[in-house]
Design a protein around this ligand. Structure first.
Ligand code: GCU
Length: 671
């Protein structure tokens, strides 16, 4: 699309297909999409595509370089495909249309290699059935949060001036294309904090959601909607939203059936209830299982008999905690909250109710342990939520590629045996980092987060660095030249270590926060120290950190399955990077790394800034190889990152020098 960055689908990525001869066999709307993609590539590069829905014509596959065929093995499900190359023909087969589309994008990723190397038949299918992006988009511009809550890429893709962007649905379609090319199959279109205008998307404004669904459907993406638990009152005029009240249940059932009339393949609801001021079942003395199951029942009833495939699901968020805590109260620990609220309900949720859990127990900090709830609810379908929008990781002004963080989380053996990726039977979800910005994500390099999330959701045990390579090749060097290796190495150097760099110059050793309250950008060591939000570091003249041990602290460490409960209980076994999350330690405590806590703080903060300076230098050296607009945008953001990193370094180092009185062993400048 004109005026919009092609991201990881530049025209050049289609050259290997577009210069060749392709046969497509099969019928249906997504096969039409596949055909449209190949036809467009051929128009551009001079190849040929033949569409044959019949069984016999074109049987002589050898006349083609690529055969995309809808006759694959049923066992791979509707999204799987096989790919092989023999006798000069690359052959993709799928049982379902979506699988064929994913097979096409697999060939795009392989590039020339798809046509030059023989390959044995390989089966591909997603490990996780639901791979979703949650948009925190508002229809109207919210007075505090703006249009996209925690959005750093401009306004909403879906709404402008209080109305659906009808004229821009071409862009939504282009978005769907990018998402399908990295494996995402679901989008929740609006903010989990559902305000008055947005509540009506469920009823009289459902047509706007249907229009988005129409734009995304050709790319195999279903839409979901965030709804307010109080909808029967605010929209239906009922006196209550009690989930066990018959009138309330009827209202949801009828409303949901009208949603299915508008959107036959509607994915379901996302609900933030009893969380940060949102309404929920607690007001009626009901449990969260009661609340979720009521919506699950409405979604089941409405969907039965429709030809849309798998039924609707309610994604019920587990982000429930006391956000009006008294900072003087040392017995309440926000980290414990999700487990304390939800583990007693294990086994009580309906099959189509998914409990959506943030990956960490707090809130998307640069370093957190895994939420202990994830290993503790075997009788519940869990979805795990990560945050692609960089609320606490530099707000898309800083380069911070989150692939290694997500990969560590997904490979963590939460119950001692299964990985988080395996335990996420209800799906993997990322809060979207996309807006109406021409580069989609504000910072052009933040596209790598979106791409990596999709690919990891497809295969949670994939090597994230391999996915980064893949993204770089597609985005920057789809057609190779003499300079490709230099460009690839440069972009890789800028991104690959950037999460650890960000961690170094911000809050140390897992303690988190220390951000400016409200907007969460930039340092403020005591910004949340005396606030009601439950996010404290407890630094004093002797030490810092939160004692969450069972023996002497809040007991949070005891929520973990074996072996983690023991590992985290003792500072001896707790990994350095999480030490201050679990323990209050003296500044002179010796880490496993051989440094004291205070020296670690000083060293990492100086190193972090040096690493940003080095990365900026690498980026500058690529000026002759990167499109000028993109190069300039990244440079401008890098300058802000460097300024901000220095501010972080100096505030954090000065704060701890003043608290502890311990000098830097290397005598560097601290204020
Ligand atoms: C964070 C974020 C909020 C968001 C909330 C959520 O607290 O700052 O803007 O609403 O997470 O995930 O619900």
């Amino acid at each position: 699309m004109q005026g919009v960055d092609p991201a990881w689908l530049p025209d050049g990525a289609f050259r290997p297909i577009g210069t060749r001869r392709t046969l497509i066999r099969g019928a249906g709307p997504l096969v039409d999409t596949v055909h449209g993609e190949v036809a467009e590539a051929c128009r551009r590069f001079g190849g040929r595509v033949v569409r044959d829905a019949g069984a016999d014509a074109g049987a002589d596959g050898t006349a083609y370089d690529l055969v995309l065929e809808l006759t694959g093995p049923e066992g791979l499900g509707s999204e799987g495909f096989t790919c092989r190359r023999e006798n000069g023909v690359t052959h993709v087969t799928a049982f379902g249309q979506t699988g064929l589309l994913y097979g096409l994008f697999h060939v795009v990723r392989l590039g020339e290699r798809a046509f030059t190397q023989d390959r044995q038949k390989q089966a591909h299918r997603p490990a996780v059935a639901l791979r979703m992006l949650d948009h925190w988009d508002n229809v109207a511009v919210h007075p505090v949060m703006g249009q996209v809550e925690r959005g750093y890429a401009g306004g909403s893709l879906f709404w402008a001036d209080g109305r659906a962007r009808g004229e821009l649905l071409g862009r939504v379609r282009a978005y769907g294309r990018l998402l399908a090319a990295c494996g995402i199959n679901a989008v929740a279109v609006n903010n989990v904090n559902v305000h008055a205008v947005e509540a009506r998307l469920l009823t009289d404004r459902i047509g706007e959601v249907a229009a988005i669904a129409d734009a995304l459907r050709p790319y195999g993406i279903r839409v979901h909607l965030s709804v307010t638990f109080a909808a029967p009152m605010v929209l239906g005029g009922l006196p209550t939203a009690d989930p066990l009240d018959e009138g309330v249940r009827d209202w949801w059932a009828q409303t949901t059936s009208r949603v299915y009339e508008a959107i036959p393949d509607f994915g379901g609801y996302v609900v933030k209830a009893d969380s940060e001021g949102q309404p929920g079942p607690f007001a009626y003395g009901r449990s969260h299982a009661d609340g979720a199951n009521m919506l699950a029942a409405a979604l089941t009833a409405s969907d039965s008999g429709s030809a849309a495939g798998p039924g609707g699901t309610v994604h019920w968020r587990a982000f429930v905690y006391d956000h009006r805590q008294d900072w003087r109260d040392r017995t309440t620990d926000r980290a414990r909250a999700a487990y304390d609220h939800f583990v007693p309900l294990d086994g009580q949720f309906a099959p189509n109710a998914v409990l959506q859990v943030k990956h960490g127990p707090m809130d998307f900090q640069v370093r957190e342990p895994i939420s202990p709830l994830i290993g503790a609810m075997p009788g519940t379908r869990l979805a795990v939520e990560v945050q692609a929008t960089q609320e606490y990781t530099g707000q898309q002004r800083h380069v911070c590629w989150l692939g290694p963080m997500w990969s560590e989380a997904l490979r963590f053996r939460a119950d001692g045996e299964s990985t988080v990726g395996e335990l996420a039977r209800g799906g993997l979800v990322a809060v979207s980092n996309v807006g109406d910005d021409p580069f989609w994500t504000g910072h052009p390099l933040a596209q790598a987060n979106l791409y990596t999330f999709g690919r990891l959701a497809w295969q949670p045990d994939a090597n994230p660095y391999g996915l980064l390579d893949e993204w770089i090749r597609l985005t920057y060097t789809p057609t190779r030249s003499e300079e490709s290796a230099r460009l690839e190495a440069g972009v890789y150097a800028v991104l690959s270590h950037s999460w650890r760099t960000y961690e170094k110059y911000t809050a140390p050793l897992g303690v988190g926060w220390m951000v400016q309250p409200g907007h969460h950008y930039g340092p403020s060591v005591d910004g949340y120290e005396y606030s009601p939000w439950g996010t404290y570091h407890f630094a004093d003249r002797d030490g810092i950190g939160v004692d969450r041990s069972v023996a002497t602290g809040t007991g949070f460490a005891g929520q973990y399955a074996k072996p983690w409960a023991e590992v985290y209980e003792s500072p001896e076994t707790c990994p350095d990077e999480l030490l201050l999350f679990f323990h209050h330690m003296s500044y002179e405590h010796m880490l496993h790394s051989g440094k004291t806590v205070i020296q670690h703080i000083y060293d990492t903060h100086f190193e972090g800034v040096e690493e940003v300076e080095a990365a900026l230098g690498v980026w500058a050296s690529l000026v002759d190889l990167v499109d000028p607009a993109r190069h300039a945008r990244v440079t401008e953001r890098f300058e802000e990152q460097l300024r901000s990193a220095r501010e972080w370094r100096d505030q954090v180092n000065s704060y701890f020098f003043r608290k502890s009185g311990v000098a830097d062993a290397h005598g560097r400048r601290i204020y």
